[in-house]
Design a binder for this molecule. Structure first.
Ligand SMILES: Nc1nc2c([nH]c(=O)n2[C@H]2C[C@H](O)[C@@H](COP(=O)(O)OP(=O)(O)OP(=O)(O)O)O2)c(=O)[nH]1
Length: 160
């Protein structure tokens, strides 16, 4: 079975990260970047932009691909919960973030990212996005998603 294609798009504006408190779906309750599954007929970049619009009603600008990761639960084989995530950064936004049915927007300083409220793997790769780097990695989480079983990651990779 192929992993599900998904996106994350992290606006970083004047040293502040725009995160969302997810209200439903995979990772509900956690603080994450805007994102979601890629829909049929759209590119991953279009999907990344659409999810930012849908989740917090702003238009991301200066969108750059920064990396990709594979995200698995349990034994690292592709399963129903496996995601292939395309990660983007945005240098700005147009509009004022709003709360929606899907998400509550929160700004956090890039110097004080609340990693304990995020997916366990975010502390591994998000600092590289904030630093302007690119990355590619694989993360295997425990069944409950609370611990990192293993991971591998390359920094400074070429992204399309
Ligand atoms: N920060 C972070 N995000 C992750 C990880 N794994 C993972 O799938 N995600 C993201 C990628 C997607 O943005 C999101 C999963 O998609 P989703 O369930 O929100 O998709 P969606 O909004 O299209 O949901 P739906 O309404 O269609 O059910 O979770 C991870 O380890 N860290």
């Amino acid at each position: 079975m192929e992993p599900t294609e998904a996106t994350l798009c992290h606006p970083v504006v004047d040293g502040e990260l725009l995160l969302i408190r997810k209200r439903r779906g995979l990772g509900a309750g956690k603080l994450v970047g805007p994102g979601g599954k890629v829909e049929a007929g759209e590119t991953v970049r279009e999907a990344a932009r659409r999810e930012v619009r849908e989740e917090v009603r702003v238009e991301p600008v200066g969108v750059e691909k920064r990396g990709e990761f594979d995200f698995h639960f349990r034994d690292g084989t592709v399963d129903d919960d496996s995601m292939h995530v395309h990660v983007f950064a945005a240098g700005g936004i147009e509009g004022e973030p709003e709360t929606t049915e899907e998400a509550v927007p929160e700004w956090h300083s890039t110097d004080a990212v609340p990693y304990d409220e995020m997916w366990i793997d975010d502390r591994v790769w998000l600092p590289h996005l904030v630093a302007g780097e690119t990355f590619r990695g694989t993360f295997v989480l425990s069944d409950d998603g609370e611990s990192l079983v293993r991971y591998e990651m390359d920094i400074g990779v070429t992204v399309e």
